[in-house]
Design a protein. Structure first.
Length: 255
């Protein structure tokens, strides 16, 4: 079955994702330049290591100043998209959607939780990447000192320095390992966080709006615009928002 064409709202979300990835892609390229600037032998000095680490962290913080507002706004739009889908569907069926003050507070709280997840993960990046750069620079310094002690010939030493510089560019270019031991590049990681949060926001907005309108069962209709959505296996099925309707998989379990 062919994927549905993206609507204006979904196109805006995709555009936001790409914009976030572009911001951190530029940051990653800048980090590579800083990591490999000058001579690798300069890294023997701790002061040079610290200088490069601070410069790298400054790059990430600068990217965050652009990326965090864009990603959080996209998450809020994703949540609104989920809500509006339900309201439009009810209107097509001749049902006037209701609104309650209590649920407005719930929606606001849920959006704060979603956006704070982005903020928390992005704000940790300068520290995480700084630590990875520190480890890399220390290792590079040890290799330089080791080569010196071995008295490597100049022609061989030049080749080694070029290899080290290449490794610095590749491994300090926003590369880091998360708590689960997975290795990420800066732009890939931030895109993953943005994509996952947008998907969760749209799903949560749909679920809570459905419940607000007095329904517990929701049908997963059509074909998801998000190919990696956990709801793809349930397309065409009905799910229980709360899990209280016997015989139906809950939204929480489907996720």
């Amino acid at each position: 079955m062919a994927r549905q064409e993206l609507g204006p709202f979904q196109k805006a979300l995709l555009s936001d994702r790409r914009a976030v990835a572009k911001i951190y892609g530029r940051a990653r390229a800048h980090i590579a330049e800083v990591a490999a600037r000058g001579s690798v032998e300069d890294l023997v000095r701790r002061s040079e290591q610290v200088s490069r680490i601070r410069a790298i962290q400054k790059i990430v913080r600068s990217a965050n100043r652009e990326g965090i507002p864009l990603a959080t706004e996209a998450a809020e739009r994703g949540y609104t998209l989920g809500r509006e889908r339900i309201r439009r569907d009810l209107a097509r069926r001749g049902i006037t959607p209701v609104a309650s003050v209590r649920f407005n507070q719930i929606h606001e709280t849920q959006m704060r939780i979603l956006t704070s997840n982005i903020v928390e993960k992005f704000q940790r990046l300068p520290i995480i990447i700084g630590r990875q750069a520190n480890d890399l620079f220390r290792q590079t310094a040890l290799e330089v000192l080791s080569r010196r002690s071995l008295g490597a010939r100049e022609e061989g030493a030049k080749s080694i320095r070029l290899d080290m510089a290449r490794e610095l560019r590749e491994n300090a270019a926003g590369a880091f390992i998360d708590r689960a031991g997975r290795e990420w590049n800066l732009d890939v990681y931030t895109d993953m966080v943005t994509r996952t949060t947008l998907r969760e926001a749209a799903s949560m907005g749909t679920a809570l709006e459905t419940y607000e309108q007095g329904f517990d069962l929701v049908e997963v209709i059509g074909v998801s615009a998000f190919p990696d959505s956990p709801f793809v296996p349930f397309e065409g099925d009905q799910l229980s928002v709360t899990g209280e309707t016997e015989g139906f998989t809950s939204l929480e379990d489907a996720r």
